[in-house]
Design a protein around this ligand. Structure first.
Ligand SMILES: Cc1cc2nc3c(=O)[nH]c(=O)nc-3n(C[C@H](O)[C@H](O)[C@H](O)COP(=O)(O)OP(=O)(O)OC[C@H]3O[C@@H](n4cnc5c(N)ncnc54)[C@H](O)[C@@H]3O)c2cc1C
Length: 385
């Protein structure tokens, strides 16, 4: 198998390695120093956004045709992974910029792509993704938000819940029902702008983790938008939303990898410093075995995620299975690894004086959003390789 083109694509190239080094240095210098405060104060990581924009890393997936870097799926994974290693909340900037904008890239008209991908690539406006609603989570097709045609306009009404970066983003991909008789085939996708009349936001949710990433409701109250803001054909919005998730679940896997790597790196250093029974606790085989298991799980998750990224880039037929598998496996691994990192720090690990408890709280969300891990198993079971 070694040497076949498929196999080579699973491995990061020299360019990918250089990108990782650059993002790691940036994240350590400009993002990590604020991670604890961003969590403690539950505030948006503006320093991270500024640093990412200054280095053109806020949305590197945007194609070159619209002024972006045109980075491949693996490069995007590496950026998210390295930012998440320092601060999970900040990693939602590149991750959700991809999630929000991919529907336009996959299904939007050329005009729509030019209009919205260009400011995204320049760092002039972020993108959010509005699928979930108060009564439509795992069963997203049960949404109630409606769009009604009125001449050359569509008028949107409804409530979207749990919208990451809501209020900060300029642009919102909104899924809404255009034909209630057709369930998922009666859902269409639209670009809504923050400045459109009738758009407002709920109070930030008070969360267990990723506290620096604002999660708010988006209210659409008679929002009247030009008909050309529809993404793709009428009735294709749900299919576009699901196709998007096939690609972006890999970015949640990347976030999980980064959080877990941050926790493992911290624990590895700590066990060499902390002494009990007259020697570093890292000298005890019981502790070494825990670190070995953590590293093993992390590397298995990384290989699955990179394989899925290669499939995303090539649009392989088994992408749906791999996207779900990578997200599910990496997020479960991150939860185990961060929990073990807290264990390795003992009582100190349980306090906010050390970063691993934040990492453990942050890891939990990766098992829930972009479809819970139960939903990932449903997706995998329906798409067995
Ligand atoms: C911090 C945060 C950020 C988010 N960001 C976004 C965003 O930017 N955009 C967006 O659109 N959404 C976002 N979400 C929403 C997220 O995707 C949903 O919360 C998630 O899909 C689950 O939906 P729910 O919360 O309604 O849970 P429910 O669907 O009510 O699920 C509750 C439990 O039931 C289980 N369950 C449900 N159905 C089944 C089944 N058929 N079989 C087995 N188990 C099942 C679930 O796995 C879960 O354990 C975000 C959520 C959070 C918490």
């Amino acid at each position: 198998m070694a040497g076949s083109p498929d196999f080579d694509l699973y491995r990061p190239s020299e360019e990918h390695d250089m990108l990782r080094d650059a993002v790691r240095s940036l994240a350590e210098a400009k993002i990590a120093p604020y991670a604890a405060a961003v969590d403690e104060e539950a505030r948006f990581p503006q320093e991270a956004l500024d640093a990412l924009v200054a280095n053109d890393l806020q949305a590197i997936h945007v194609p070159e045709a619209y002024g972006g870097a045109g980075a491949d799926a693996l490069a995007t994974v590496i950026v998210i992974e390295e930012v998440a290693r320092a601060c999970a909340s900040s990693s939602l900037i590149p991750a959700v910029n991809k999630l929000g904008s991919l529907p336009v890239i996959l299904s939007g008209s050329e005009d729509l792509k030019k209009k919205y991908m260009t400011p995204l690539a320049k760092g002039e406006g972020m993108f959010s993704y509005c699928l979930s609603e108060p009564d439509a989570g795992s069963d997203a097709a049960g949404m109630k938000t409606k769009a009604v045609r009125d001449g050359d306009y569509w008028v949107l009404n409804g409530v979207k819940r749990w919208i990451t970066n809501a209020g900060v983003s300029e642009y919102y991909t909104v899924m809404a029902v255009t034909d209630p008789t057709k369930r998922s085939k009666g859902i269409s996708a639209f670009v809504v702008e923050k400045s459109d009349e009738g758009v407002s936001f709920g109070a930030p949710e008070k969360k267990l983790g990723i506290k620096g990433s604002p999660t708010r409701e988006v209210y659409l109250d008679n929002v009247r938008i030009p008909a050309d803001r529809m993404i793709g054909e009428e009735g294709t919005g749900f299919a576009t939303a699901m196709k998007t998730l096939d690609h972006t679940r890999i970015t949640i896997a990347a976030q999980a990898l980064g959080i877990a790597q941050g926790a493992l790196d911290y624990a590895k250093g700590y066990v060499q410093e902390r002494k009990q029974f007259g020697k570093p606790i890292g000298d005890f085989q019981g502790v070494q075995f825990m670190l070995a298991d953590m590293a093993m799980k992390l590397e298995a998750a990384r290989q699955l995620t990179y394989a899925a990224a290669a499939k995303s880039e090539r649009l392989d037929a088994d992408l749906t299975f791999f996207g779900a598998a990578a997200k599910c496996y990496a997020s479960d691994a991150a939860m185990e690894i961060t929990t073990d990192a807290v264990q390795l720090l003992g009582g100190y690990g349980y306090t906010r004086d050390y970063p691993v408890e934040r990492m453990m709280r942050d890891a939990k969300i990766t098992q829930i959003y972009e479809g819970t891990n139960q939903v990932q198993r449903i997706v995998m079971a329906r798409n067995l390789p």
